[in-house]
Design a protein around this ligand. Structure first.
Ligand SMILES: Cc1cc2nc3c(=O)[nH]c(=O)nc-3n(C[C@H](O)[C@H](O)[C@H](O)COP(=O)(O)OP(=O)(O)OC[C@H]3O[C@@H](n4cnc5c(N)ncnc54)[C@H](O)[C@@H]3O)c2cc1C
Length: 289
């Protein structure tokens, strides 16, 4: 299938990209890795008149430490997120997620910013980034703002980003010592996308009990949801198998998933508890080591 005709712009700076976005308004789309946008254009689900290629803008990719944050450029491809020593050291749960996205081609072309901006309810990064309490830097002409993951994913394929904004960076505040992160996924066997997934960030006290927990679940709604009941259940408790299982059993509380052709709502809810338990166990293991 072929997309409708479109124009192509190759800006050389973020300012030029922002100007082009302003100039073309709703007729334009930003192009990152193209692995969600181009299939949508071929299916005529999107027909932008102009593509503004972020790939020609220098400085939008790479991973660095700045103050107490890990900063990931929006144009960093999944494979580079997954192979970054800094990501592996501070957020191995993000490596878990990066390495199970699609196939090799998708991981070499798709970008973390594209995945976040696209906000597919079956995507991996939004879930782990919600668990990790990430925030997203949005630049527009003359201003910049930062939105936390909890406020960013607002609906199916919808985010808090406004017209004229470009996502430039993902910020991850370094967790305290004795923290661990992990991500677990039940992948659709044909597409590889998420059926259900779980991400966890667990911090231990010196006594071995849970100082704090952030747990996010994917596949149960329009975007990542926080498993607040699980987080509350775990808080202050010894991080043993029994307490982890009791907390994970609450992972789907408050969620209202739909049946679809692959999985019933009941199966999804069950898998959320299984994957939450595995993600918490793996995060605790990493916090210990
Ligand atoms: C066969 C296949 C399998 C896949 N499997 C998985 C999977 O298992 N898990 C998963 O999570 N994903 C999967 N994906 C999706 C993949 O991860 C995409 O790469 C990703 O969703 C979009 O990233 P992109 O860089 O390709 O963005 P693009 O397709 O270029 O853009 C997507 C959307 O985001 C906007 N956008 C992009 N970058 C920015 C930015 N910096 N600021 C503002 N707006 C922006 C674009 O305008 C567009 O609307 C799969 C894709 C394919 C083709």
């Amino acid at each position: 299938m072929f997309p409708a005709n479109f124009g192509y712009a190759a800006p050389r700076s973020i300012d030029e990209a922002l100007q082009l976005l302003k100039q073309h308004g709703e007729d334009a789309k930003l192009l990152a890795g193209g692995h969600s946008l181009l299939p949508a254009m071929k299916l005529r689900l999107a027909s932008p008149r102009t593509l503004i290629d972020l790939g020609t803008v220098p400085g939008l990719s790479g991973v660095r430490l700045e103050n107490n944050n890990l900063v990931i450029g929006a144009l960093t491809v999944h494979a580079d997120v997954g192979s970054s020593d800094l990501v592996r050291k501070h957020f191995p749960g993000l490596v878990d997620a990066a390495s199970v996205i699609g196939d090799v081609q998708v991981r070499n072309c798709g970008t973390i910013g594209g995945s976040v901006a696209h906000a597919d309810p079956a995507a991996d990064f939004p879930v782990i980034l919600t668990a990790l309490n990430a925030s997203f830097v949005l630049q527009s002409t003359g201003s910049k703002r930062t939105v936390a993951a909890d406020e960013f994913f607002t609906d199916y394929f919808t985010t808090a980003m406004e017209a004229g904004e470009i996502l430039t960076e993902i910020l991850l505040s370094l967790p305290p010592a004795d923290s661990g992160t992990a991500y677990q996924k039940l992948a659709h066997p044909a597409s590889g996308y998420v059926v259900v997934s779980a991400g966890a960030l667990i911090t231990r006290q010196q006594s071995g009990s849970c100082a704090s927990a952030r747990i996010a679940i994917g596949g149960l709604g329009s975007g990542p949801i926080r498993a607040v009941a699980s987080e509350t259940e775990l808080q202050g408790k010894a991080l043993n198998q029994q307490n982890i299982a009791a907390a994970a059993a609450k992972a789907a509380e408050g969620a209202d998933p739909d049946d679809d052709i692959y999985a019933t709502a009941e199966y999804k809810r069950h898998m959320a508890t299984v994957l939450a338990r595995r993600a918490i166990e793996a995060a605790v293991q990493r916090a210990v080591n």
